[in-house]
Write a protein that binds this ligand. Structure first.
Ligand SMILES: N[C@@H](CCC(=O)N[C@@H](CS)C(=O)NCC(=O)O)C(=O)O
Length: 221
């Protein structure tokens, strides 16, 4: 999204994380945590969506590239933007998505592509990933230290996902964040603005918090 909004040319390479491609050697050399998204810009390799956004914002902002994080606006707008961007981005997308495969009682009407066979397959992916990472570690993989952290992360993730109470607490946090977003959208509508944080006086201009919100909504769809 950031690449498109900034009008940058790019080539996409899809990594099949449902089949463990992220743990193949070629990808671990790019990102030892075995996670997408990652961008490669010349010599620079940047993983992690937040780091990617900050990188693109630093390197590609100006006349021909839109600015996605406010810096010149009033302190109030900057603070509000950063607040919403942070609270939305910090919601654990992995727990929300995979947790819903385990606790179907929280799910109302799942849409494509998360139909039953996909959910069944995705449920086994975390377990398979853990086994794969442990094998790589035992074999003394060069990214060992990072893989160890990733194993710890996945073990915690799996525990949260399987624990109905922990999952329900995550959903309560999502609820609180969405209430805050809704309130802000109502306030903005009263002032004739469409997005959570909008460039003042500019009907179409909007910032990254709106993208984060769009992504979050996709998880629920
Ligand atoms: N903090 C990272 C999280 C990235 C992440 O969890 N990516 C998931 C897909 S949405 C992934 O690559 N999972 C594969 C795995 O962990 O094995 C970001 O925001 O980019």
């Amino acid at each position: 999204m950031a690449l498109i909004e900034k009008g940058l040319k790019y080539r996409t390479h899809l990594v099949n994380i449902a089949n463990g491609e992220q743990y193949q050697d070629w990808f671990l050399k790019i990102n030892p945590r075995g996670e997408v998204p990652v961008i490669q810009d010349g010599e620079n390799i940047v993983p992690d969506s937040l780091r990617i956004i900050n990188y693109l914002e630093d390197k590609y902002t100006g006349e021909s590239h839109a600015r996605l994080i406010p810096t010149d606006e009033s302190a109030d707008i900057i603070e509000k933007h950063n607040h919403f961007h942070t609270i939305i981005h910090e919601l654990p997308a992995d727990v929300i998505t995979i947790g819903s495969f385990y606790h179907t009682e929280f799910v109302r009407s799942p849409k494509l592509p998360f139909i039953y066979p996909v959910r069944r397959h995705m449920k086994t992916v975390t377990a398979k990933s853990l086994a794969k990472l442990k094998t790589l570690l035992e074999k003394g993989h060069e990214a060992g230290e990072t893989l160890k952290l990733k194993i710890e992360f996945l073990e915690k993730l799996e525990a949260t996902i399987k624990d109905k109470e922990a999952f329900s607490k995550v959903l309560e946090t999502v609820d609180r964040v969405l209430d805050e977003v809704e309130q802000q959208l109502w306030d903005n509508q009263g002032r004739g603005l469409r997005h959570i944080i909008t460039n003042p006086g500019d009907w179409e201009g909007y910032f990254f918090a709106s993208y984060s919100l769009g992504n979050l909504c996709l998880l629920f769809y």
